[in-house]
Design a protein around this ligand. Structure first.
Ligand code: PLP
Length: 397
């Protein structure tokens, strides 16, 4: 299948894609918290056909569980930059649940990735009386299956081949959703490689400031969008009004933040990788780093997959390192000045965590790093100092 064309992420669109939805004189979007809207006078006594109404029009908002001003504007921008039609949700996992309800899969093909999505699948499975077999991504698919492809992967930041899994799914009569949270525009455009639906935890790069929870689903057609929107209205899983305002404000600078975060990750992963295998390098002491994972360091797989083709706009800003000792992984996040010891990713500030503190299945030596927009040399300096600190013999903290 020839790749479809992807939109180009432009600052002009991020700033102006929602211009026609502005109906006041303000320059910055106003915070709108109203849950309900003044109704227009009905034209006559004939029953109103709500099916033919577009509630996204500023004149037609009825109730904020359906639509409201600012989330509609944020969805307009998200649609434009993702090359489809976007709908926002209360969180990434609320969006994942909505995707499961939408596809109603016979089975789900999933291997690894964010543990929270596996838990959401378990909740959904429960709602079906346990009737939802799970298979591996590389098992054989059947009609009605859903391939759940997360790429790049949480926590290692390694990339998977969307085109390969899309072709495999479609050849079997199955569908594919791509969780592209780790690679927002302009890094990766999953529709270009055959995705049927794209999912993001908007909490991460779209939000970008560690201050809002949001999920996003993007679909190719108006009919798909309408179905999702109807489901969202009756699942009640829309994003909060205040969050929508934070999201719209943040989207304006996505093209400035993400490429900078991506460059920082590329530089940091390359630098750290030179100390892999326990080598001493550029002030990093010997015996600290075992392995560094990142899409930029990934070797071609047996099928010849080259991650830079699909990560066309740059490398993902989040990746992981395996330290030699779990004690180093416990101490490192708390020995840094600029990196904040915290879970999540995508914010302007760099975050670092011993992954097993939030994901019990993770190797206790694994540390995940989310690169922010600080200066790379300062990030290296901070890490260099912290590595030297954690290898010092000391009483346990
Ligand atoms: C890859 C991935 N998908 C989905 C989610 C869930 O998003 P949220 O926390 O917004 O529900 C996360 C959260 O970390 C994630 O990393």
């Amino acid at each position: 299948m020839a790749p479809k064309t992807a939109p180009k992420l432009t600052g002009t669109e991020l700033v102006h894609a929602d211009d026609e939805l502005v109906h006041g004189r303000e320059v910055a979007a106003s915070i709108s918290v109203t849950t309900t809207f003044r109704a227009p006078l009905p034209p006559d006594n004939t029953p109103i056909n709500t099916d033919s109404m577009d509630f996204r029009s500023p004149e037609r908002h009825v109730y904020s569980r359906y639509t409201q001003d600012v989330s509609t504007r944020a969805e307009r921008v998200l649609s434009k930059i993702n090359g489809g039609l976007a709908l926002t949700y209360a969180s990434g996992l609320a969006a994942s649940y909505a995707a499961l309800v939408y596809f109603h899969p016979k089975r789900i093909a999933i291997t690894g990735g964010y543990h929270g999505c596996h838990n959401t699948i378990e909740v959904y499975k429960h709602s079906r009386g346990g009737d939802l077999p799970l298979i591996g991504l590389d098992d054989d698919y059947q009609p009605g299956d859903l391939c759940w492809l997360e790429t790049p992967l949480n926590p290692t930041g390694e990339a998977r081949d969307i085109k390969y899994y899309a072709e495999k799914a479609h050849a079997a009569g199955a569908k594919i959703i791509v969780d592209s949270t780790f690679a927002p525009p302009p890094l990766q455009y999953p529709f270009k490689w055959g995705a049927d639906m794209v999912m993001h935890s908007g909490t991460k790069y779209f939000g970008g400031h560690s201050d809002l929870l949001c999920g996003v689903l993007i679909v190719p057609t108006e009919a798909d969008w309408k179905t999702l929107w109807t489901h969202r209205t009756f699942l009640g899983s829309m994003m909060g009004s205040l969050e929508s305002w934070l999201l719209l404000r943040s989207l304006r600078t996505l093209h400035l933040r993400v490429p900078r975060q991506s460059e920082n990750a590329k530089g940091l992963a390359r630098w750290l990788s030179q100390a892999a295998g326990g080598k001493a390098f550029d002030g990093i002491p010997a015996g600290v780093i075992d392995t560094v994972w990142h899409s930029s360091l990934q070797k071609k797989d047996g099928r010849g997959f080259e991650p830079s083709v699909q990560l066309e706009g740059g490398w993902n800003p989040t990746f992981a390192i395996l330290l030699k000792d779990p004690e180093y992984a416990r101490l490192l996040p708390h020995s840094l000045e600029y990196f904040v010891p915290a879970t999540s990713l995508g914010g302007v500030e760099s975050l670092i965590e011993q992954r097993s503190t939030v994901d019990p299945g993770a190797d206790p030596r694994l540390v995940r790093i989310s690169c922010g927009v600080e200066d790379l040399e300062d990030m290296k300096k901070d890490l260099r100092r912290a590595f030297r600190e954690i290898v010092k013999p000391r009483a346990r903290l």
